[in-house]
Design a binder for this molecule. Sequence first.
Ligand code: NAD
Ligand code: ZN
Length: 266
Amino acid sequence: MPNDSHVAVRNARDMLQDARHIAVLTGAGMSAQSGVPTYRDAQTGLWEKYSPEQLATPEAMANQPNLVWSWMLYQARLMRSVEPHEGHKILGAWQQELNNSGGSLEIITQNIDDLHERSNAEVLSHLHGTTFTFRCFECDVPANYELPPATPEQLAATPELDQLVLEDPPACTACTHGFIRPDIVMFGEMLPQQAMDDALRAVRDADVALVVGTSNIVQPAATLPLAASAAGAQVIEINPKMTPLSEDADISIQGTAREILPELYP
Ligand code: NAD
Ligand code: ZN
């Protein structure tokens, strides 16, 4: 860790020690050390041919339902097969402790995995949905679909396009002409209004907003740290790379979620 990162960590710990209400905003970098690659870092396999912005769209799902469904299924299986790391676990413990003493730690995530929940943390807001529940692509009725368990071969590596075993998405039983999709926000789709409203409320109520592992360029999630700051919260960023937020954050820590979060726990 660079020397100035040690100072930043110490200052952040002092700031958090006095905080009663903390809002934590997490992005794909939060899950990277559990083994879920971020989209921006994934340059192999499928991504040599398609960018996530091309594949995770309603247009792509309408045109190539089996390709998009199979990729989403692969992603969901991978997310189910990995484990939370120390950073997720500390957030779960921290939330419990603040809840017990009349404070709060509210988690807002852009991640579609369940690694926070599996660390005994309650997530206030899944801004981009979750990948383990499903609904109809046509009629939006929730689907009663259970993710089938994966074989080790299915999880071995990011699939090359021609190795991805293509499966058709199951049919919707409500309207019978649609097929099902995960409850995630694809590129170009609106965020669930309630999730965004809850997130805005939480960042405005916070003494400190902790922004972990997000590039701060995916909108409208990227407005949340700014809303926190405008409402008087201190903003702490954790990211190994500089982002558009880094200069405006009160403290910007260059480091990874698994190493830094346990160091910040007062
Ligand atoms: P993103 O825009 O949030 O970028 C990831 C950020 O994480 C980058 O700034 C990177 O520097 C940082 N990072 C990498 N490793 C880190 C670490 N160990 N600790 C802290 N920070 C780290 O995310 P994206 O990958 O461009 O994905 C865009 C959207 O796609 C997400 O918001 C999400 O909806 C979806 N997605 C979800 C998951 C998941 O649920 N785990 C994974 C990939 C993508
Ligand atoms: Zn339907």
